[in-house]
Design a protein around this ligand. Structure first.
Ligand code: M6R
Length: 614
Protein backbone atom coordinates (compact mmCIF):
# COMPACT_ATOMS: atom_id res chain seq x y z
CA UNK A 1 0.00 0.00 0.00
CA UNK A 2 3.05 2.22 -0.16
CA UNK A 3 4.60 3.69 -3.30
CA UNK A 4 8.25 3.11 -4.11
CA UNK A 5 10.50 4.62 -6.77
CA UNK A 6 14.20 4.50 -7.59
CA UNK A 7 16.50 5.92 -10.25
CA UNK A 8 20.14 5.31 -11.05
CA UNK A 9 22.39 7.16 -13.48
CA UNK A 10 20.23 10.27 -13.86
CA UNK A 11 21.15 13.95 -14.21
CA UNK A 12 17.72 14.74 -12.83
CA UNK A 13 17.53 12.45 -9.80
CA UNK A 14 15.67 14.64 -7.34
CA UNK A 15 13.05 15.82 -9.85
CA UNK A 16 12.50 12.23 -11.01
CA UNK A 17 11.96 10.98 -7.48
CA UNK A 18 9.68 13.82 -6.39
CA UNK A 19 7.54 13.65 -9.52
CA UNK A 20 7.31 9.88 -9.16
CA UNK A 21 6.22 10.19 -5.54
CA UNK A 22 3.57 12.73 -6.48
CA UNK A 23 2.20 10.25 -9.00
CA UNK A 24 2.35 7.43 -6.44
CA UNK A 25 0.62 9.33 -3.65
CA UNK A 26 -2.59 7.45 -4.28
CA UNK A 27 -0.88 4.34 -2.90
CA UNK A 28 -0.40 5.94 0.53
CA UNK A 29 0.37 9.35 1.93
CA UNK A 30 0.88 9.19 5.69
CA UNK A 31 4.54 10.15 5.31
CA UNK A 32 7.19 10.31 2.61
CA UNK A 33 10.95 10.17 2.24
CA UNK A 34 13.88 10.17 -0.08
CA UNK A 35 17.53 9.03 0.00
CA UNK A 36 20.13 10.34 -2.44
CA UNK A 37 23.21 8.16 -2.58
CA UNK A 38 26.70 8.64 -3.97
CA UNK A 39 30.09 7.20 -3.07
CA UNK A 40 30.35 7.19 0.72
CA UNK A 41 27.42 9.61 1.25
CA UNK A 42 23.71 9.16 1.85
CA UNK A 43 21.48 12.21 2.15
CA UNK A 44 18.04 11.49 3.55
CA UNK A 45 14.89 13.58 4.06
CA UNK A 46 11.62 12.37 5.58
CA UNK A 47 8.33 14.15 6.31
CA UNK A 48 5.11 13.15 8.04
CA UNK A 49 2.51 15.77 7.17
CA UNK A 50 -0.55 13.62 6.54
CA UNK A 51 -1.98 14.03 3.07
CA UNK A 52 0.54 16.81 2.39
CA UNK A 53 3.62 14.65 3.12
CA UNK A 54 4.97 14.60 -0.43
CA UNK A 55 4.40 18.35 -0.82
CA UNK A 56 6.31 18.92 2.44
CA UNK A 57 9.08 16.62 1.22
CA UNK A 58 9.38 18.67 -1.98
CA UNK A 59 9.85 21.86 0.05
CA UNK A 60 12.42 20.18 2.31
CA UNK A 61 14.37 18.82 -0.68
CA UNK A 62 14.22 22.04 -2.69
CA UNK A 63 15.62 23.91 0.31
CA UNK A 64 18.25 21.45 1.47
CA UNK A 65 19.04 18.62 -0.97
CA UNK A 66 22.64 18.54 -2.20
CA UNK A 67 23.35 18.71 -5.95
CA UNK A 68 25.10 16.17 -8.10
CA UNK A 69 23.60 12.90 -6.86
CA UNK A 70 22.84 10.63 -9.79
CA UNK A 71 20.98 7.91 -7.89
CA UNK A 72 18.33 7.68 -5.21
CA UNK A 73 15.18 6.07 -3.87
CA UNK A 74 11.86 7.50 -2.64
CA UNK A 75 8.84 6.25 -0.71
CA UNK A 76 5.31 7.36 0.12
CA UNK A 77 3.86 5.44 3.06
CA UNK A 78 0.57 3.96 4.20
CA UNK A 79 1.37 3.06 7.80
CA UNK A 80 1.08 -0.54 8.96
CA UNK A 81 3.77 -1.07 11.60
CA UNK A 82 4.53 2.13 13.47
CA UNK A 83 2.63 5.41 13.62
CA UNK A 84 2.79 7.77 10.63
CA UNK A 85 5.69 9.76 12.07
CA UNK A 86 8.93 10.91 10.49
CA UNK A 87 11.11 8.33 12.27
CA UNK A 88 8.98 5.52 10.84
CA UNK A 89 9.02 7.01 7.34
CA UNK A 90 11.19 5.31 4.72
CA UNK A 91 14.01 5.10 3.65
CA UNK A 92 15.40 3.23 6.65
CA UNK A 93 19.14 2.94 7.24
CA UNK A 94 21.36 0.27 8.74
CA UNK A 95 23.67 0.96 11.71
CA UNK A 96 26.45 2.31 9.45
CA UNK A 97 24.11 4.67 7.62
CA UNK A 98 25.34 3.32 4.28
CA UNK A 99 22.50 0.89 3.50
CA UNK A 100 19.19 2.58 2.66
CA UNK A 101 15.97 0.67 2.02
CA UNK A 102 12.40 1.38 0.95
CA UNK A 103 9.65 -1.23 1.17
CA UNK A 104 6.02 -1.82 0.25
CA UNK A 105 4.39 -4.78 1.98
CA UNK A 106 4.68 -6.46 5.36
CA UNK A 107 7.58 -8.44 6.81
CA UNK A 108 5.61 -10.96 8.84
CA UNK A 109 8.51 -12.33 10.92
CA UNK A 110 9.92 -8.91 11.77
CA UNK A 111 9.51 -9.38 15.54
CA UNK A 112 11.73 -12.47 15.76
CA UNK A 113 14.26 -10.97 13.32
CA UNK A 114 14.42 -7.76 15.37
CA UNK A 115 15.12 -9.71 18.60
CA UNK A 116 17.83 -11.71 16.88
CA UNK A 117 19.45 -8.65 15.28
CA UNK A 118 19.37 -6.69 18.55
CA UNK A 119 21.13 -9.56 20.28
CA UNK A 120 23.88 -9.21 17.71
CA UNK A 121 24.23 -5.51 18.52
CA UNK A 122 22.08 -3.79 15.88
CA UNK A 123 20.44 -0.55 16.92
CA UNK A 124 16.95 0.21 15.63
CA UNK A 125 15.68 3.74 15.11
CA UNK A 126 12.09 2.98 14.07
CA UNK A 127 9.35 0.54 15.04
CA UNK A 128 8.70 -0.54 11.45
CA UNK A 129 8.87 -4.07 10.12
CA UNK A 130 11.01 -2.77 7.23
CA UNK A 131 14.07 -1.76 9.22
CA UNK A 132 15.02 -5.39 9.93
CA UNK A 133 15.83 -5.84 6.24
CA UNK A 134 18.32 -2.93 6.32
CA UNK A 135 20.16 -4.62 9.19
CA UNK A 136 20.02 -8.06 7.55
CA UNK A 137 21.55 -6.60 4.38
CA UNK A 138 24.19 -4.87 6.53
CA UNK A 139 25.19 -8.24 8.00
CA UNK A 140 25.38 -9.89 4.59
CA UNK A 141 27.47 -7.01 3.24
CA UNK A 142 29.89 -7.39 6.13
CA UNK A 143 30.70 -10.91 4.85
CA UNK A 144 31.97 -9.35 1.62
CA UNK A 145 28.97 -10.09 -0.60
CA UNK A 146 28.17 -7.61 -3.35
CA UNK A 147 24.83 -5.81 -2.87
CA UNK A 148 22.83 -8.10 -5.17
CA UNK A 149 23.89 -11.24 -3.30
CA UNK A 150 23.59 -9.53 0.08
CA UNK A 151 19.94 -8.68 -0.63
CA UNK A 152 19.32 -12.15 -2.05
CA UNK A 153 20.63 -13.84 1.08
CA UNK A 154 18.81 -11.41 3.36
CA UNK A 155 15.52 -12.17 1.67
CA UNK A 156 15.85 -15.88 2.35
CA UNK A 157 15.33 -14.96 6.04
CA UNK A 158 12.23 -12.88 5.38
CA UNK A 159 8.57 -14.01 5.37
CA UNK A 160 5.74 -11.86 4.04
CA UNK A 161 5.13 -9.53 1.15
CA UNK A 162 7.54 -7.01 -0.26
CA UNK A 163 8.67 -4.83 -3.07
CA UNK A 164 11.95 -3.39 -1.84
CA UNK A 165 14.75 -1.26 -3.19
CA UNK A 166 18.13 -1.16 -1.48
CA UNK A 167 21.14 1.12 -1.99
CA UNK A 168 24.54 1.11 -0.33
CA UNK A 169 26.80 4.16 -0.42
CA UNK A 170 29.82 1.83 -0.51
CA UNK A 171 28.56 0.39 -3.83
CA UNK A 172 27.14 3.54 -5.43
CA UNK A 173 25.19 3.79 -8.68
CA UNK A 174 23.53 0.46 -7.98
CA UNK A 175 20.01 -0.25 -6.74
CA UNK A 176 18.94 -3.77 -5.90
CA UNK A 177 15.19 -4.31 -6.04
CA UNK A 178 13.15 -7.42 -5.28
CA UNK A 179 9.56 -8.51 -5.24
CA UNK A 180 7.33 -11.01 -3.47
CA UNK A 181 3.58 -10.34 -3.90
CA UNK A 182 3.78 -6.52 -3.84
CA UNK A 183 3.99 -4.98 -7.34
CA UNK A 184 7.27 -3.84 -8.90
CA UNK A 185 8.23 -2.67 -12.39
CA UNK A 186 11.59 -1.76 -13.86
CA UNK A 187 12.16 0.85 -16.58
CA UNK A 188 15.07 1.91 -18.73
CA UNK A 189 16.12 4.79 -20.95
CA UNK A 190 19.62 5.34 -22.39
CA UNK A 191 22.05 5.54 -19.46
CA UNK A 192 19.35 5.50 -16.77
CA UNK A 193 17.44 2.74 -14.98
CA UNK A 194 14.29 3.09 -12.89
CA UNK A 195 12.08 1.05 -10.61
CA UNK A 196 8.62 1.80 -9.27
CA UNK A 197 5.52 0.27 -7.75
CA UNK A 198 3.54 1.32 -10.81
CA UNK A 199 4.33 2.39 -14.35
CA UNK A 200 2.84 5.92 -14.06
CA UNK A 201 5.56 6.92 -11.59
CA UNK A 202 8.20 6.66 -14.33
CA UNK A 203 6.02 7.40 -17.36
CA UNK A 204 7.62 10.01 -19.64
CA UNK A 205 11.10 9.13 -18.32
CA UNK A 206 11.58 5.40 -18.93
CA UNK A 207 11.11 4.28 -22.52
CA UNK A 208 10.93 0.52 -21.89
CA UNK A 209 9.16 -1.23 -19.01
CA UNK A 210 9.60 -4.71 -17.50
CA UNK A 211 7.59 -6.74 -14.99
CA UNK A 212 9.37 -8.26 -12.00
CA UNK A 213 7.90 -11.59 -10.83
CA UNK A 214 7.72 -12.98 -7.30
CA UNK A 215 11.10 -13.89 -5.81
CA UNK A 216 13.07 -12.17 -8.54
CA UNK A 217 15.89 -9.79 -7.64
CA UNK A 218 17.10 -7.10 -10.00
CA UNK A 219 20.38 -5.16 -10.00
CA UNK A 220 19.93 -1.79 -11.69
CA UNK A 221 22.81 0.39 -12.87
CA UNK A 222 23.18 3.20 -15.40
CA UNK A 223 23.99 0.60 -18.05
CA UNK A 224 20.74 -1.34 -17.56
CA UNK A 225 19.73 -4.22 -15.33
CA UNK A 226 20.15 -7.93 -14.72
CA UNK A 227 17.81 -10.18 -12.77
CA UNK A 228 18.24 -13.40 -10.80
CA UNK A 229 16.02 -15.72 -8.79
CA UNK A 230 16.47 -16.47 -5.09
CA UNK A 231 19.09 -19.10 -5.94
CA UNK A 232 21.05 -16.58 -8.00
CA UNK A 233 20.20 -18.11 -11.39
CA UNK A 234 19.69 -15.51 -14.15
CA UNK A 235 16.08 -14.78 -15.16
CA UNK A 236 14.66 -12.69 -18.01
CA UNK A 237 12.17 -9.97 -17.15
CA UNK A 238 9.12 -9.82 -19.39
CA UNK A 239 8.81 -6.55 -21.30
CA UNK A 240 5.49 -4.76 -20.86
CA UNK A 241 3.56 -3.13 -23.65
CA UNK A 242 2.52 0.25 -22.22
CA UNK A 243 0.25 2.45 -24.29
CA UNK A 244 -0.58 5.05 -21.61
CA UNK A 245 0.60 8.54 -22.37
CA UNK A 246 1.67 11.22 -19.93
CA UNK A 247 -1.74 12.86 -20.00
CA UNK A 248 -3.17 9.66 -18.50
CA UNK A 249 -0.96 10.02 -15.45
CA UNK A 250 -1.77 13.71 -15.01
CA UNK A 251 -4.91 15.69 -14.33
CA UNK A 252 -5.28 17.11 -17.83
CA UNK A 253 -6.93 20.38 -16.77
CA UNK A 254 -9.25 18.90 -14.13
CA UNK A 255 -9.05 19.99 -10.48
CA UNK A 256 -8.37 16.45 -9.35
CA UNK A 257 -8.15 12.89 -10.62
CA UNK A 258 -11.58 11.96 -9.33
CA UNK A 259 -13.42 14.52 -11.47
CA UNK A 260 -11.25 13.57 -14.47
CA UNK A 261 -12.02 9.90 -14.00
CA UNK A 262 -15.75 10.49 -13.49
CA UNK A 263 -15.73 12.40 -16.79
CA UNK A 264 -13.90 9.55 -18.53
CA UNK A 265 -16.66 7.03 -17.82
CA UNK A 266 -18.35 7.09 -21.24
CA UNK A 267 -14.99 6.25 -22.81
CA UNK A 268 -14.22 3.62 -20.18
CA UNK A 269 -17.43 1.74 -21.02
CA UNK A 270 -17.15 2.19 -24.79
CA UNK A 271 -13.53 1.00 -24.81
CA UNK A 272 -14.34 -2.02 -22.67
CA UNK A 273 -17.10 -3.03 -25.09
CA UNK A 274 -15.12 -2.33 -28.26
CA UNK A 275 -14.51 -5.15 -30.77
CA UNK A 276 -16.10 -7.84 -28.62
CA UNK A 277 -18.59 -9.02 -31.27
CA UNK A 278 -17.70 -10.96 -34.41
CA UNK A 279 -19.68 -10.43 -37.60
CA UNK A 280 -21.64 -13.63 -36.96
CA UNK A 281 -22.74 -12.26 -33.56
CA UNK A 282 -20.35 -14.35 -31.46
CA UNK A 283 -19.09 -12.45 -28.41
CA UNK A 284 -15.29 -12.73 -28.16
CA UNK A 285 -12.71 -11.79 -25.60
CA UNK A 286 -9.31 -11.96 -27.28
CA UNK A 287 -7.53 -12.18 -23.95
CA UNK A 288 -9.79 -14.87 -22.42
CA UNK A 289 -7.62 -17.98 -22.19
CA UNK A 290 -10.48 -20.40 -21.55
CA UNK A 291 -12.24 -22.52 -24.15
CA UNK A 292 -15.90 -22.32 -25.13
CA UNK A 293 -16.28 -25.91 -24.01
CA UNK A 294 -14.98 -25.05 -20.52
CA UNK A 295 -17.41 -22.13 -20.31
CA UNK A 296 -20.26 -24.37 -21.47
CA UNK A 297 -19.46 -26.78 -18.63
CA UNK A 298 -19.73 -24.12 -15.93
CA UNK A 299 -22.34 -25.14 -13.35
CA UNK A 300 -21.97 -22.36 -10.81
CA UNK A 301 -20.27 -18.97 -10.61
CA UNK A 302 -18.58 -17.44 -7.56
CA UNK A 303 -17.45 -13.81 -7.69
CA UNK A 304 -14.78 -12.60 -5.27
CA UNK A 305 -13.78 -8.95 -4.87
CA UNK A 306 -13.43 -6.05 -2.45
CA UNK A 307 -14.90 -2.56 -2.14
CA UNK A 308 -16.18 -1.04 -5.35
CA UNK A 309 -15.21 -4.14 -7.33
CA UNK A 310 -17.38 -6.16 -4.94
CA UNK A 311 -20.33 -3.93 -5.83
CA UNK A 312 -19.70 -4.53 -9.54
CA UNK A 313 -19.67 -8.25 -8.70
CA UNK A 314 -23.05 -7.85 -6.95
CA UNK A 315 -24.49 -6.37 -10.14
CA UNK A 316 -23.08 -9.33 -12.09
CA UNK A 317 -24.96 -11.78 -9.85
CA UNK A 318 -28.30 -10.38 -10.99
CA UNK A 319 -27.23 -10.25 -14.62
CA UNK A 320 -25.59 -13.68 -14.90
CA UNK A 321 -28.49 -15.35 -13.11
CA UNK A 322 -31.06 -13.67 -15.34
CA UNK A 323 -29.29 -14.07 -18.66
CA UNK A 324 -27.25 -17.25 -18.24
CA UNK A 325 -29.44 -19.08 -15.71
CA UNK A 326 -26.41 -20.04 -13.62
CA UNK A 327 -26.45 -19.92 -9.86
CA UNK A 328 -24.13 -17.12 -8.66
CA UNK A 329 -22.61 -16.39 -5.26
CA UNK A 330 -20.77 -13.20 -4.40
CA UNK A 331 -18.09 -13.36 -1.74
CA UNK A 332 -16.08 -10.71 0.07
CA UNK A 333 -12.58 -11.78 -0.98
CA UNK A 334 -11.11 -11.44 2.52
CA UNK A 335 -13.78 -13.82 3.86
CA UNK A 336 -13.74 -16.40 1.07
CA UNK A 337 -10.28 -17.68 1.82
CA UNK A 338 -10.90 -18.40 5.49
CA UNK A 339 -14.27 -20.06 5.45
CA UNK A 340 -13.59 -23.45 3.88
CA UNK A 341 -15.42 -22.63 0.63
CA UNK A 342 -17.04 -25.34 -1.46
CA UNK A 343 -15.64 -25.77 -4.96
CA UNK A 344 -17.34 -28.44 -7.06
CA UNK A 345 -16.66 -29.60 -10.61
CA UNK A 346 -17.93 -26.83 -12.86
CA UNK A 347 -17.37 -23.98 -10.38
CA UNK A 348 -16.07 -20.88 -12.15
CA UNK A 349 -14.55 -18.29 -9.85
CA UNK A 350 -14.33 -14.70 -11.11
CA UNK A 351 -11.91 -12.38 -9.31
CA UNK A 352 -12.77 -8.73 -9.93
CA UNK A 353 -10.15 -6.07 -9.23
CA UNK A 354 -9.30 -2.73 -10.79
CA UNK A 355 -5.65 -2.92 -9.79
CA UNK A 356 -5.29 -6.68 -9.97
CA UNK A 357 -2.99 -6.30 -6.96
CA UNK A 358 -5.48 -6.38 -4.06
CA UNK A 359 -4.03 -9.04 -1.81
CA UNK A 360 -7.40 -10.20 -0.44
CA UNK A 361 -8.65 -10.91 -3.95
CA UNK A 362 -5.41 -12.58 -5.02
CA UNK A 363 -5.44 -14.83 -1.96
CA UNK A 364 -9.10 -15.70 -2.62
CA UNK A 365 -8.43 -16.84 -6.18
CA UNK A 366 -5.38 -18.78 -5.01
CA UNK A 367 -7.61 -20.60 -2.53
CA UNK A 368 -10.15 -21.28 -5.28
CA UNK A 369 -7.43 -22.65 -7.56
CA UNK A 370 -6.08 -24.84 -4.76
CA UNK A 371 -9.55 -26.33 -4.49
CA UNK A 372 -9.73 -27.00 -8.22
CA UNK A 373 -11.74 -24.06 -9.55
CA UNK A 374 -11.12 -22.44 -12.91
CA UNK A 375 -10.51 -18.75 -12.33
CA UNK A 376 -11.21 -15.77 -14.56
CA UNK A 377 -9.78 -12.37 -13.62
CA UNK A 378 -11.47 -9.08 -14.46
CA UNK A 379 -8.60 -6.61 -14.21
CA UNK A 380 -8.01 -3.07 -15.39
CA UNK A 381 -4.24 -3.34 -15.24
CA UNK A 382 -2.65 -5.40 -17.98
CA UNK A 383 -0.34 -8.07 -16.64
CA UNK A 384 -1.39 -7.46 -13.03
CA UNK A 385 -0.72 -10.21 -10.49
CA UNK A 386 -4.38 -11.25 -10.61
CA UNK A 387 -4.33 -11.37 -14.42
CA UNK A 388 -1.21 -13.50 -14.42
CA UNK A 389 -2.30 -15.93 -11.75
CA UNK A 390 -5.81 -16.53 -13.05
CA UNK A 391 -6.49 -19.18 -15.70
CA UNK A 392 -8.03 -16.53 -17.91
CA UNK A 393 -8.47 -12.78 -17.97
CA UNK A 394 -10.82 -10.15 -19.34
CA UNK A 395 -9.40 -6.65 -19.27
CA UNK A 396 -11.55 -3.64 -18.58
CA UNK A 397 -10.18 -0.80 -20.63
CA UNK A 398 -10.91 2.09 -18.28
CA UNK A 399 -7.38 3.49 -18.53
CA UNK A 400 -5.28 4.35 -15.52
CA UNK A 401 -7.38 5.12 -12.42
CA UNK A 402 -5.47 7.24 -9.92
CA UNK A 403 -8.05 8.61 -7.49
CA UNK A 404 -8.45 6.45 -4.40
CA UNK A 405 -12.22 6.58 -4.89
CA UNK A 406 -12.90 4.20 -7.75
CA UNK A 407 -15.34 5.48 -10.37
CA UNK A 408 -14.62 4.63 -14.01
CA UNK A 409 -13.33 1.20 -13.01
CA UNK A 410 -16.78 0.36 -11.61
CA UNK A 411 -18.69 1.10 -14.81
CA UNK A 412 -16.06 -0.70 -16.89
CA UNK A 413 -16.22 -3.75 -14.61
CA UNK A 414 -20.01 -3.90 -14.88
CA UNK A 415 -19.74 -3.61 -18.67
CA UNK A 416 -17.17 -6.43 -18.87
CA UNK A 417 -19.15 -8.67 -16.53
CA UNK A 418 -22.36 -8.06 -18.50
CA UNK A 419 -20.56 -9.03 -21.70
CA UNK A 420 -19.32 -12.20 -20.03
CA UNK A 421 -22.89 -12.91 -18.88
CA UNK A 422 -24.06 -12.57 -22.49
CA UNK A 423 -21.29 -14.89 -23.69
CA UNK A 424 -22.33 -17.50 -21.14
CA UNK A 425 -25.95 -17.07 -22.27
CA UNK A 426 -24.86 -17.48 -25.89
CA UNK A 427 -22.99 -20.71 -25.15
CA UNK A 428 -25.71 -22.09 -22.89
CA UNK A 429 -28.45 -20.90 -25.26
CA UNK A 430 -30.38 -19.34 -22.41
CA UNK A 431 -31.08 -16.23 -24.51
CA UNK A 432 -32.09 -16.22 -28.16
CA UNK A 433 -29.71 -14.64 -30.72
CA UNK A 434 -32.20 -11.77 -31.01
CA UNK A 435 -32.19 -11.17 -27.25
CA UNK A 436 -28.40 -11.19 -27.25
CA UNK A 437 -28.29 -8.69 -30.12
CA UNK A 438 -30.78 -6.45 -28.34
CA UNK A 439 -28.68 -6.51 -25.18
CA UNK A 440 -25.46 -5.81 -27.08
CA UNK A 441 -27.18 -2.86 -28.70
CA UNK A 442 -28.43 -1.69 -25.29
CA UNK A 443 -24.94 -1.97 -23.82
CA UNK A 444 -23.53 0.03 -26.71
CA UNK A 445 -25.85 2.91 -25.81
CA UNK A 446 -24.69 3.05 -22.18
CA UNK A 447 -21.75 5.38 -22.95
CA UNK A 448 -24.16 7.98 -24.35
CA UNK A 449 -26.49 7.65 -21.35
CA UNK A 450 -23.57 8.15 -18.96
CA UNK A 451 -22.58 11.26 -20.93
CA UNK A 452 -26.13 12.61 -20.53
CA UNK A 453 -26.06 11.91 -16.78
CA UNK A 454 -22.70 13.69 -16.56
CA UNK A 455 -24.05 16.73 -18.37
CA UNK A 456 -26.44 17.25 -15.44
CA UNK A 457 -23.73 17.80 -12.85
CA UNK A 458 -25.05 21.32 -12.10
CA UNK A 459 -28.33 19.79 -10.85
CA UNK A 460 -26.38 17.53 -8.49
CA UNK A 461 -24.21 20.41 -7.25
CA UNK A 462 -27.32 22.46 -6.49
CA UNK A 463 -28.69 19.65 -4.31
CA UNK A 464 -25.32 19.14 -2.59
CA UNK A 465 -25.11 22.84 -1.70
CA UNK A 466 -28.35 22.51 0.29
CA UNK A 467 -27.15 19.46 2.21
CA UNK A 468 -23.78 20.55 3.53
CA UNK A 469 -25.06 20.38 7.12
CA UNK A 470 -26.36 16.79 6.84
CA UNK A 471 -24.39 14.08 8.65
CA UNK A 472 -26.29 10.81 8.05
CA UNK A 473 -27.11 9.20 4.74
CA UNK A 474 -28.93 5.99 3.85
CA UNK A 475 -28.79 4.75 0.26
CA UNK A 476 -31.52 2.33 -0.75
CA UNK A 477 -32.36 0.38 -3.87
CA UNK A 478 -33.95 -2.83 -5.04
CA UNK A 479 -32.69 -5.48 -7.48
CA UNK A 480 -29.62 -3.99 -9.29
CA UNK A 481 -30.49 -0.72 -7.58
CA UNK A 482 -29.26 -2.37 -4.37
CA UNK A 483 -25.58 -2.71 -5.40
CA UNK A 484 -25.86 0.78 -6.88
CA UNK A 485 -26.98 2.01 -3.45
CA UNK A 486 -24.09 0.17 -1.78
CA UNK A 487 -21.63 1.81 -4.16
CA UNK A 488 -23.22 5.26 -3.71
CA UNK A 489 -22.86 4.93 0.07
CA UNK A 490 -19.25 3.77 -0.21
CA UNK A 491 -18.34 6.75 -2.41
CA UNK A 492 -19.96 9.18 0.01
CA UNK A 493 -18.39 7.83 3.22
CA UNK A 494 -14.99 7.39 1.60
CA UNK A 495 -14.48 10.96 0.45
CA UNK A 496 -16.75 13.03 2.75
CA UNK A 497 -16.16 11.10 6.03
CA UNK A 498 -19.91 11.33 6.64
CA UNK A 499 -21.93 8.41 7.94
CA UNK A 500 -23.46 6.57 4.98
CA UNK A 501 -24.99 3.10 4.67
CA UNK A 502 -26.34 1.18 1.72
CA UNK A 503 -29.37 -1.08 2.11
CA UNK A 504 -31.68 -3.22 0.08
CA UNK A 505 -34.77 -1.01 0.35
CA UNK A 506 -36.89 -3.90 1.61
CA UNK A 507 -34.50 -4.44 4.53
CA UNK A 508 -35.04 -0.99 6.06
CA UNK A 509 -38.12 -2.07 7.95
CA UNK A 510 -36.17 -4.92 9.56
CA UNK A 511 -34.12 -2.60 11.74
CA UNK A 512 -32.46 0.42 10.13
CA UNK A 513 -35.77 2.27 9.99
CA UNK A 514 -35.26 2.95 13.71
CA UNK A 515 -32.47 5.36 12.70
CA UNK A 516 -34.61 7.44 10.37
CA UNK A 517 -35.54 10.84 11.81
CA UNK A 518 -35.56 14.47 10.66
CA UNK A 519 -32.14 15.48 9.37
CA UNK A 520 -31.35 12.04 7.91
CA UNK A 521 -30.94 11.95 4.13
CA UNK A 522 -32.26 8.93 2.22
CA UNK A 523 -31.00 8.52 -1.34
CA UNK A 524 -33.32 6.17 -3.23
CA UNK A 525 -32.48 4.55 -6.56
CA UNK A 526 -35.92 4.35 -8.18
CA UNK A 527 -35.10 3.74 -11.85
CA UNK A 528 -36.35 0.16 -12.26
CA UNK A 529 -39.97 0.23 -13.57
CA UNK A 530 -40.68 -3.25 -12.17
CA UNK A 531 -39.57 -2.21 -8.70
CA UNK A 532 -41.05 1.27 -8.88
CA UNK A 533 -44.20 0.81 -6.79
CA UNK A 534 -42.30 -1.06 -4.11
CA UNK A 535 -39.53 1.47 -3.78
CA UNK A 536 -41.98 4.35 -3.70
CA UNK A 537 -43.57 2.64 -0.69
CA UNK A 538 -40.15 2.53 0.97
CA UNK A 539 -39.68 6.21 0.19
CA UNK A 540 -43.05 6.96 1.78
CA UNK A 541 -41.98 5.03 4.90
CA UNK A 542 -38.87 7.16 5.41
CA UNK A 543 -40.65 10.39 4.51
CA UNK A 544 -43.26 9.61 7.16
CA UNK A 545 -40.43 9.49 9.70
CA UNK A 546 -39.01 12.85 8.71
CA UNK A 547 -36.18 11.90 6.33
CA UNK A 548 -35.22 14.14 3.43
CA UNK A 549 -35.33 12.10 0.21
CA UNK A 550 -33.17 12.40 -2.87
CA UNK A 551 -34.43 10.16 -5.68
CA UNK A 552 -32.41 8.99 -8.65
CA UNK A 553 -35.19 8.69 -11.23
CA UNK A 554 -35.56 8.23 -14.96
CA UNK A 555 -36.52 11.12 -17.25
CA UNK A 556 -39.95 9.61 -17.88
CA UNK A 557 -40.86 9.17 -14.19
CA UNK A 558 -43.84 11.47 -13.59
CA UNK A 559 -44.70 10.27 -10.09
CA UNK A 560 -41.42 10.89 -8.33
CA UNK A 561 -41.61 14.67 -7.90
CA UNK A 562 -44.61 14.27 -5.63
CA UNK A 563 -42.78 12.04 -3.14
CA UNK A 564 -39.09 13.07 -3.18
CA UNK A 565 -37.57 16.33 -1.90
CA UNK A 566 -34.92 16.33 -4.63
CA UNK A 567 -34.84 14.40 -7.90
CA UNK A 568 -31.70 13.60 -9.87
CA UNK A 569 -32.71 12.58 -13.38
CA UNK A 570 -31.01 9.95 -15.55
CA UNK A 571 -31.92 8.60 -19.00
CA UNK A 572 -34.15 5.52 -18.94
CA UNK A 573 -32.70 2.20 -20.10
CA UNK A 574 -33.07 -1.52 -19.45
CA UNK A 575 -32.63 -1.95 -15.66
CA UNK A 576 -29.82 -4.44 -16.25
CA UNK A 577 -27.55 -1.67 -17.54
CA UNK A 578 -28.82 0.99 -15.15
CA UNK A 579 -26.12 0.65 -12.43
CA UNK A 580 -23.59 2.10 -14.90
CA UNK A 581 -25.81 5.17 -15.36
CA UNK A 582 -27.48 5.55 -11.96
CA UNK A 583 -24.13 5.57 -10.20
CA UNK A 584 -23.12 8.79 -11.99
CA UNK A 585 -25.29 11.24 -9.96
CA UNK A 586 -24.27 9.39 -6.79
CA UNK A 587 -20.57 9.82 -7.62
CA UNK A 588 -21.18 13.48 -8.44
CA UNK A 589 -23.11 13.97 -5.19
CA UNK A 590 -20.28 12.48 -3.12
CA UNK A 591 -17.75 14.56 -5.04
CA UNK A 592 -19.69 17.80 -4.67
CA UNK A 593 -20.31 17.28 -0.94
CA UNK A 594 -16.65 16.38 -0.35
CA UNK A 595 -15.49 19.53 -2.13
CA UNK A 596 -18.07 21.58 -0.22
CA UNK A 597 -16.77 20.15 3.05
CA UNK A 598 -13.19 20.92 2.10
CA UNK A 599 -12.04 17.28 1.80
CA UNK A 600 -9.14 16.10 -0.33
CA UNK A 601 -11.15 13.98 -2.78
CA UNK A 602 -8.19 12.18 -4.33
CA UNK A 603 -6.53 11.36 -1.03
CA UNK A 604 -9.14 10.50 1.60
CA UNK A 605 -7.72 9.97 5.07
CA UNK A 606 -6.59 6.49 6.20
CA UNK A 607 -6.99 4.94 2.75
CA UNK A 608 -4.81 3.86 -0.14
CA UNK A 609 -5.62 3.07 -3.74
CA UNK A 610 -4.26 -0.44 -3.86
CA UNK A 611 -4.58 -2.51 -0.74
CA UNK A 612 -1.71 -4.96 -0.66
CA UNK A 613 -2.02 -5.94 3.00
CA UNK A 614 -4.54 -8.33 4.53
O1 M6R B 1 -8.08 -2.62 -7.08
P1 M6R B 1 -9.34 -3.25 -6.55
O2 M6R B 1 -10.50 -3.08 -7.44
O3 M6R B 1 -9.14 -4.69 -6.15
O4 M6R B 1 -9.64 -2.46 -5.20
C1 M6R B 1 -10.67 -2.88 -4.36
C2 M6R B 1 -11.00 -1.83 -3.32
O5 M6R B 1 -9.88 -1.59 -2.50
C3 M6R B 1 -11.43 -0.52 -3.96
O6 M6R B 1 -12.49 -0.69 -4.84
C4 M6R B 1 -11.84 0.49 -2.87
O7 M6R B 1 -12.98 0.05 -2.22
C5 M6R B 1 -12.05 1.87 -3.49
N1 M6R B 1 -11.26 2.82 -2.79
C6 M6R B 1 -13.47 2.33 -3.46
O8 M6R B 1 -13.61 3.58 -4.05
Amino acid sequence: MCGIIGVVGSNDTLATLLQGLERLEYRGYDSAGIALVRSGHTWRARTAAGTESVAALRVECEDNAPQGYRSGIGHTRWATHGAPEAENAHPHLDCSGHVAIIHNGIIENHTELRVELRERGHVFTSVTDTEVVAHLVEEMRSTGLELLDAVRHALVRVRGAFAIAVMDATEPDVIVAARRISPLVVGTSPGVSYLASDVPAILGRATAFYAVNDDEIVRLGPEGFRAVDLEGAPVRLRQLHIDWDLETAEKGGFDDFMSKEIAEQPTAVRSTLLDRRRRDGTIVFDELRISDQELREVQRVVLVACGTSLHAAHVAKYVIERWSRLSVDVDIASEYRYRDPIVEIGTLVIGVSQSGETIDTIQAIREAQRRGARVVAISNIVDSSLAREADAVIYTRAGLEVSVASTKAFVAQVAALELLALRLAQLRETLTPEEIERNLQGLNEVGDHIATALSRSDDVNAVAQQLLEARDYFFIGRHVGFPTALEGALKLKEITYLHAEGYAAGELKHGPLALIEPGVIVVAVTTDPQMHEKILSNVAEVKARGATVIAVATDDDEKIDAVADFVLRVPACDPMYSPMIDIVPLQLLAYSLARGLGRNVDRPRNLAKTVTVE
